[in-house]
Structure formats: structure tokens, C-alpha cells
Design a protein around this ligand. Structure first.
Ligand code: ASP
Length: 309
């Protein structure tokens, strides 16, 4: 049987040992492991990489610890505007949504854009009209409410400042993402986020931008990013990793480190990514103090971590 694997992230940022007590650490690690279990169980049964990553990301969206789905950050207007995307490496089909509200699992809507529309990215009212056509239930703001996120917003409300989870003084970071390689050697990537606290003017980050926050090509890699989205967009970060593999023959880890630890840093951006290739090799790269992350491989390797090793 061909090897298969899945890797996930729950955001990168200022995550240093001693910031959290052991109960908080255990809660994050259990959130990571539950998402990995959900995706891995499907891969074991022969499911496609895209099914596995959607299963993992929906779990992370449902977990209020992470900034995606339930637990998304507040916009300047006190709402939750979520972005998500998915891409398949075999076909390079992709789907994404931006600025959606009231959708429990934006990653499912992104997948529907890929599978049931002629488009790649739908935003705002249009994305909501598409959701209505697909019979999505619209949940009340109370479903997405999280006291910590609300307090985070109160600190910035009325100002022109926005804030990434990643630089917040507390620990609840967390755009989420997953990448997987299935038993047929097909790879896929998905990312989902609430974006930045106090964002306005229809700000959209890198997460729903194919080539920036998410990318997949069976010939190179599948990537999901997290961090200061504007820099990932300017660097076309996810596609840049793919290009370094395709055109410069870099190996997966070297290509990821080149983009995250050199090119993104040179622009002034912070964050990280997860990656997988069609040989089921997985890797992480981040230029922050930590990143919620984990993987599971068919050779038995299993890993979940928060801080720099
Ligand atoms: N990259 C996301 C954005 O800029 C935020 C994050 O990764 O937490 O919207």
C-alpha cells in the first residue's frame, strides 16, 4: 500500500513555554489530536485527501479554541466574517469563500464553490446568496460568540488598529488548516479563519486566496499557511513553495523554510505553514515562537506540538 499522511495547524504566533497552564496545553493538544483522528480515520478507509482535510478542518472550526468557525474573532462592527479555501492537487480544482457570516463550517461552503460552481472565490453577499441556494443554515451571532474574542475586540474597538491573534498577549490564536496525501498519492490543502480582530473595509487575508494561504499540486506539494495575511498575499507564499520545488528542485522542507524563514521575514511577515507531498512526506515551517500543529502518517509516526521543538 502507498503511504498516506495528514498534517494540521491551528495557527502560529507568540507561543512560548510557560504562557499556558498544563490544562490549557492539554485542551489545545486534544483539539489537534481530535482533528487528526477525524482526517486520518478517513484516509485509512481509502478516502480522498480532500475528504480527510475537510473532516479535520470542520473539527477545528467547531472547536472554540481556534479562530475559525465557532470562536472566530470580531470585526470592527462586532460581527464575524470568515474566510476559507480548499484546493486539490490532482486536478488543481479550487474553491474559496470570503467574508461569510453565520456559516457554521465555511470550509464546506468553500468545497461547494469548488464542486458546484464555475468559480473559485465567492465573497460577501454573493457568497451568502450561494450558501442560501445550497440550503445552508444561517446561525445566529451567539453561536460564534466567545468571551475571550470579545474582550480582545474591546481593546481595539473604535481604533484604526487591527490585530492578528498571533500577536495578542493571550493564547487563543488560531487560523486552522490541513494538508493530506491519500493512498492514491493525491494531495490537497484547506485553510479556514476568522481573520484579524477589528478588521474593516471588507479586509480579506491570505486564507481564501489560492496561491497565498492555500495551494496544492500533485507534482510539488500541498500547503496551508497561517500568519500575517497581507505578507503571505504579497509573497504568494503557498505558490512560492511550489515554485521552488518545481523550478529549483528544492526538497519540501528546504522550500518551506526558504519561504517562511527567509522570503516572508524579509517582507516583515510572521507566521508558518504545513506541507505534504505526494510521497506523503510532511513538514512544518514557522518563524514565530510556536505553532499549533500535528501530523499522523501511515508508517505509525504521530506528533502534536505547540512550541518550537
Ligand atoms: N492568515 C490569517 C489572515 O491574515 C490570519 C491567521 O493566520 O491567523 O486572515
Amino acid at each position: 500500500m502507498r503511504p498516506f499522511s495528514i498534517a494540521i495547524h491551528g495557527g502560529a504566533g507568540i507561543l512560548t513555554r510557560g504562557m499556558m497552564n498544563s490544562q490549557q496545553e492539554a485542551a489545545y493538544l486534544s483539539g489537534i489530536n481530535e482533528a487528526l483522528d477525524a482526517g486520518y480515520a478517513l484516509l485509512e478507509k481509502g478516502a480522498n485527501a480532500s475528504e480527510a482535510i475537510v473532516a479535520a478542518v470542520t473539527r477545528l472550526e467547531d472547536c472554540p479554541l481556534f479562530n475559525a468557525g465557532k470562536g472566530s474573532v470580531f470585526t470592527a462592527e462586532g460581527t464575524h466574517e470568515m474566510d476559507a479555501s480548499i484546493m486539490e492537487g490532482a486536478t488543481r480544482r479550487a474553491g474559496a469563500v470570503a467574508m461569510v457570516t453565520g456559516i457554521k463550517n465555511p470550509i464546506l461552503l468553500a468545497r461547494d464553490v469548488m464542486e458546484h460552481s464555475a468559480h473559485v472565490l465567492l465573497a460577501g453577499q454573493g457568497a451568502m446568496a450561494f450558501a442560501a441556494q445550497r440550503n445552508y443554515q444561517i446561525l445566529p451571532p451567539s453561536y460564534f460568540y466567545d468571551q475571550f474574542r470579545y474582550d480582545q475586540w474591546q481593546e481595539l474597538k473604535g481604533s484604526d488598529k487591527t490585530q492578528l491573534d498571533h500577536v495578542a498577549s493571550d493564547r487563543k490564536f488560531g487560523t486552522v488548516g490541513a494538508v493530506a496525501c491519500d493512498i492514491r498519492g493525491n494531495i490537497a490543502a484547506a485553510t479556514s479563519t476568522g481573520g484579524m480582530t477589528n478588521k474593516k473595509f471588507g479586509r480579506i487575508g491570505d486564507s481564501p486566496i489560492i496561491g497565498s494561504g492555500t495551494y496544492a499540486n500533485n507534482q510539488t506539494c500541498a500547503i496551508s499557511c497561517t500568519g500575517s495575511g497581507e505578507f503571505f498575499i504579497r509573497g504568494a507564499a503557498a505558490y512560492d513553495v511550489s515554485c521552488l520545488i518545481e523550478h529549483c528542485q528544492l526538497d519540501l522542507q528546504t522550500a518551506c523554510d526558504e519561504v517562511i524563514k527567509k522570503r516572508l521575514l524579509a517582507l516583515g511577515g510572521d507566521g508558518g505553514l504545513i506541507a505534504v507531498n505526494a510521497k506523503a512526506e510532511v513538514c512544518f515551517s514557522f518563524n514565530t515562537e510556536g505553532m499549533y500543529r500535528g501530523y499522523r502518517c501511515s508508517d505509525g509516526a504521530s506528533y502534536a506540538a505547540i512550541y518550537v521543538d
